[in-house]
Design a protein around this ligand. Structure first.
Ligand SMILES: Cc1cc2nc3c(=O)[nH]c(=O)nc-3n(C[C@H](O)[C@H](O)[C@H](O)COP(=O)(O)OP(=O)(O)OC[C@H]3O[C@@H](n4cnc5c(N)ncnc54)[C@H](O)[C@@H]3O)c2cc1C
Length: 483
């Protein structure tokens, strides 16, 4: 196991060769190191701090970045965007999916949490009406997730631009307008405690786990099949880029490969379940690029990070960022000329209806280098979705005008996938006909096999999904730790 004392540190995180992992039987093996996998790992390490149980984590991607990309001193917004646009770092899977063209994936330790925007709201209590668990049941896990992810509403609080825009929104039809909850560590470094990771990523989960107890981690190790023996989970089959195959034995397997890859693995492994791959959901989003004269905001404008509930309905939210010059965030090292105009990006978002027909499925004849068929997506908007799209446009216009700002260009509806909020392809529920997992994330009928990632989330409201994904993964880990 890692950190036993004699290993050398060849990388910025201790790694275990996959050959060594194949000689161990794990109590829990986690597959995928993004939001769900990182959260499950951290929580299990915390719960089993003083236990000799064996925990392993395998990740198909490499060690891409040791922190969220925005924490790196060499990045500004332009370099950050370019880095992740590079096909070496992002897989543009949507180019093969005519009905879901905007989809993309980051295969790397930390997954998409290396790039996400940190917007971390809870779902509304009302959003749980079709869930198999209540909002109240999730509250302790939301609280734990918010604590470990440093969720705060103070990122922009007090800046002149934030206060002025909030005041205008509140007096122009949006009384609930407030500061966006962001996963950002705003503590200053003091008393020798270093706070160098402002923006949260799953690497923080791994760091907390490492500082709690040992676990094994292998990267560039892709799970290609779940192993089942006599109806029970027995481990996973893993392949490495040199096309070698390793069976990794485990009593419990947690799949945290995300909304695309978790159902792909289950379907390829022949795991039965009518709902596996179905009920794909996401957020319909209208984007608006907006401008406003700098002179209205005082000498030091600062940043805006606005969260704008819509009084007439709860299915929709508007949020946005702005600063001078056009950056979502503020970079300490960068000298920029003072511009006369501030730029903003506003988003109005609401969930698509959850429907069986919206699904992913294996497409025969499209096998990847490991022999696993690629996915295809079937996705469309329902009548209800289509009726709501004009409302997204209407609300964003009302909010922008209410703030006294102007559109830089006309608002536009982004393509499915560009929202990055896909969820639901292994959604949780009570009925195996309409859900893939039970209320703790266990695949119906397969003891020891769990999903803990965005695929289990029912995206029933406008809130961005990651906080809910993490809260549910912590809940799944707690359940497993009690067994
Ligand atoms: C640009 C961008 C901005 C975003 N902003 C926000 C935001 O502000 N708020 C919010 O809530 N959400 C946001 N999101 C979405 C959020 O990042 C995802 O919802 C979240 O990361 C999903 O977590 P996950 O665990 O399901 O998957 P991921 O974080 O994608 O992790 C999946 C991991 O599994 C690995 N993997 C896949 N297949 C295998 C396999 N077969 N074997 C081994 N490993 C495998 C992958 O390499 C990856 O590391 C954003 C996403 C992007 C891209």
């Amino acid at each position: 196991m890692n950190l036993s004392g004699n290993e050398s540190m060849d990388h910025w995180i201790p790694l275990t060769p996959i050959e060594t992992m194949s000689q161990t039987e794990y109590d829990v093996l986690i597959v995928g190191s993004g939001a769900g996998g990182g959260a499950a790992l951290w929580r299990l390490c915390q719960k089993w701090k003083n236990s000799g149980r064996r925990i392993g984590l395998i990740e198909s991607g490499p060690l891409l970045l040791p922190t969220h990309g925005r924490n790196m001193a060499t990045m500004n917004e332009e370099r950050f965007v370019k880095y992740f646009e590079n096909p070496l770092h992002t897989e543009y899977i949507g180019k093969f999916w005519p009905e879901y063209p905007g989809a993309r994936m980051i295969r790397a330790l930390g997954g998409r949490t290396l790039q996400w925007y940190q917007v971390s709201p809870r779902l509304n209590p009302d959003d749980f009406h079709s869930w198999p668990i209540t909002y109240d049941e999730l509250i302790p896990y939301y609280l734990t997730a918010e604590q470990i992810m440093n969720v705060t509403s103070k990122y922009a609080a007090g800046s002149s631009i934030q206060e002025i825009l909030l005041e205008r929104l509140r007096s122009n039809g949006f009384p609930g307008a407030t500061d966006t909850p962001l996963a950002a560590d705003l503590e200053a470094t003091r008393y020798g405690q270093i706070h160098s990771n402002v923006f949260f990523s799953s690497i923080i989960f791994l760091a907390h786990a490492l500082n709690t107890r040992p676990f094994d981690l292998a990267v560039r190790s892709q799970a290609v099949r779940v192993l089942i023996d006599k109806g029970k989970t027995a481990g996973v089959e893993v392949m490495t880029p040199d096309l070698k195959t390793y069976p990794i034995r485990a009593k419990t397997v947690i799949l945290s490969c995300g909304t695309w890859e978790t159902p792909r693995l289950l379907l390829h492994s022949g795991i039965p379940g009518r709902a596996i791959g179905h009920y794909l959901t996401n957020h319909m989003k209208v984007f608006a690029d907006v401008k406003g004269a700098r002179s209205q905001f005082g000498e030091v404008a600062g940043v805006a990070s606005l969260w704008i509930p819509v009084p007439e309905n709860k299915w929709e939210i508007v949020y946005g960022f702005g600063t001078d010059p056009f950056h979502y965030y503020w970079y300490a090292y960068e000298q920029k000329p003072l511009l006369n105009e501030l730029k903003f990006r506003f988003v109005s978002a609401g969930p698509v209806e959850q429907r069986y027909e919206n699904r992913v499925f294996l497409e025969p004849g499209t096998e990847d280098e490991y022999g696993v068929p690629r996915l295809q997506v079937s996705f469309s908007h329902s009548n209800q979705d289509r009726a709501r799209i004009p409302e997204l446009f209407r609300t964003i216009r009302t909010a922008v005008h209410g703030m006294g700002l102007d559109f830089d260009k006309e608002p536009w509806l982004i393509a499915p996938g560009e929202d990055n909020h896909e969820c639901g392809t292994c959604r949780m529920g009570l009925d195996p006909d309409t859900s893939a997992t039970n209320t703790y994330g266990q695949i119906h009928g397969i003891p020891g096999l769990f999903a803990a990632d965005s695929s289990v989330v029912r995206l029933t409201g406008p809130a961005n999904p990651m906080l809910t994904t993490v809260a549910l993964a912590i809940r799944t880990a707690d359940y497993i730790s009690r067994k």
